[in-house]
Write a protein that binds this ligand. Structure first.
Ligand code: V47
Ligand code: SF4
Length: 381
């Protein structure tokens, strides 16, 4: 069946206001929706309609494929100089409880535990330790590469990078190039939080600014280092702030084209200072994925981070624009478990991950960090 006819028929089956019909026509004709239209989708979009439109975009880009990778997360420390109100895991030097810092040897030993296991990526992210600079972490990356030369190292949020480069008294370009030399392959999406300056001031006023976050990613892209982008949603921001956030990413992506994936991170409320506001519903999560897929026409992938939202919402998200589920096989990350994530000890074998995708009628694809396929699974159950 011609996919354009079927999507038009599907859209016509909704009783839609003209404004939504115009948005759907734009999306079907490969035209970009504007800020006002993005906000309208959030405010008044029917969830079924959003799902159909987001799924159309998703299938046009990736068919029924759902990407995952085999990675491990290592968090070198939870010591952090900053005071983000949503953070449940950061501690200060000298705090009597719940503080950790792994030595270089401990990190290397963790990597060695995966000898012979076909992981393709190490995701290395932690707190901003006041005494550690770029060379300290660069040396760790170099040592990991010595024992696993082909592993992809995706490391350090823009917040960590801003501090460790400044501490090493380098400018951004020098610092990022040096890290690349040590073995850094790409940058994860964390630290973006919310770009609106007023809301950012309310939730994380002492760390790198929006402008710094964007500059770090732009500089990395210009040096050939790809990256991801996140948003922290479901706290005190409103829909305009979410669209503003995505719009800034869309504009940067127009310039560089080096963002691989957009990862909406749902705010979790346990053990942090914003807990009194509670959490948004699953419906809101699905709406957020769908609008993200529709609005961010130039970012190839939308990722649902399953340890954070749980396996069921992850499965539902696959019909609301998501095509990537990260796929951590052994996730020792504490940033979410301490904030009350669904999955308190997130590990999924590849078999279970593959089944989770097949159960949704989709095709699991194991990928490397840069989305080159490693194995395409048969989608028959
Ligand atoms: O920037 C902190 C978030 C992020 C909470 O690039 C919280 O592939 C929810 O960016 N509730 C760091 N979120 C993690 C991150 C990430 C994760 C998975 C994959 C990738 C990738 C990147 O975690 C922080 C912050 O936005 N976070 N506290 C909380 N209470
Ligand atoms: Fe530090 Fe990151 Fe926690 Fe903020 S979110 S306090 S930067 S560890």
């Amino acid at each position: 069946m011609n996919p354009e006819i079927s999507i038009k028929e599907l859209i016509n089956s909704f009783d839609l206001d003209q404004k939504f019909k115009n948005i759907a026509s734009k999306v079907i004709d490969n035209k970009r929706i504007n800020i006002k239209e993005g906000v309208l989708l959030f405010e008044k979009g029917d969830l079924g309609f959003l799902g159909v439109l987001a799924n159309y975009v998703r299938e046009k880009k990736h068919g029924l494929k759902v990407f995952f990778n085999r990675n491990i997360h290592i968090e070198p420390t939870n010591i952090c100089i900053y005071n983000c109100k949503f953070c449940s895991y950061a501690r200060k030097i000298g705090d009597s409880e719940g503080t950790w810092e792994y030595s270089k040897e401990e990190i290397i030993n963790k990597v060695k535990e995966y000898d012979g296991i076909p992981i393709t990526e190490i995701h290395l992210v932690g707190g901003v330790h006041p005494h550690r600079d770029l060379h300290y972490y660069g040396d760790i990356i170099k040592s990991i590469k010595e024992i696993r030369p082909n592993i992809h190292i995706k490391a350090f949020t823009a917040i960590e990078l801003e501090f460790m480069i400044r501490k090493a008294k380098m400018n951004l370009e020098e610092g990022l190039l040096k890290l690349k030399e040590y073995g850094l392959d790409s940058i994860p999406g964390g630290g973006a939080e919310i770009f609106d300056s007023e809301i950012r001031k309310e939730v994380c006023d002492d760390k790198a600014t929006t402008e710094q976050w964007l500059r770090i990613h732009e500089t990395a892209h210009n040096l050939g280092i790809p990256s991801n982008a996140t948003i922290l949603y479901g706290h005190i921001e409103n829909y305009e702030h979410r669209i503003d956030h995505m719009n800034r990413l869309r504009e940067l992506q127009d310039k560089t084209g080096m963002f691989n994936t957009y990862i909406p991170l749902k705010y979790r409320k346990e053990n942090n200072k914003l807990g009194y506001i509670g959490e948004v519903s699953r419906l809101e999560d699905l709406k957020n994925y769908a609008v993200s897929r529709i609005f961010l026409d130039n970012i190839p992938h939308i990722k649902a981070y399953w340890p954070m939202i749980g396996k069921e919402t992850t499965q539902l998200s696959l019909s609301f624009g998501v095509d990537d589920i990260d796929g951590t096989i052994d996730d020792s990350t504490k940033i979410y478990s301490m904030a009350g994530a669904e999955d308190q000890s997130p590990t999924l074998t590849t078999d279970k991950l593959v089944q989770l995708v097949k159960d949704c009628g989709k095709i699991p694809v194991e990928r490397d960090t840069l989305y080159n396929p490693i194995k395409i699974y048969n989608y028959i159950k």
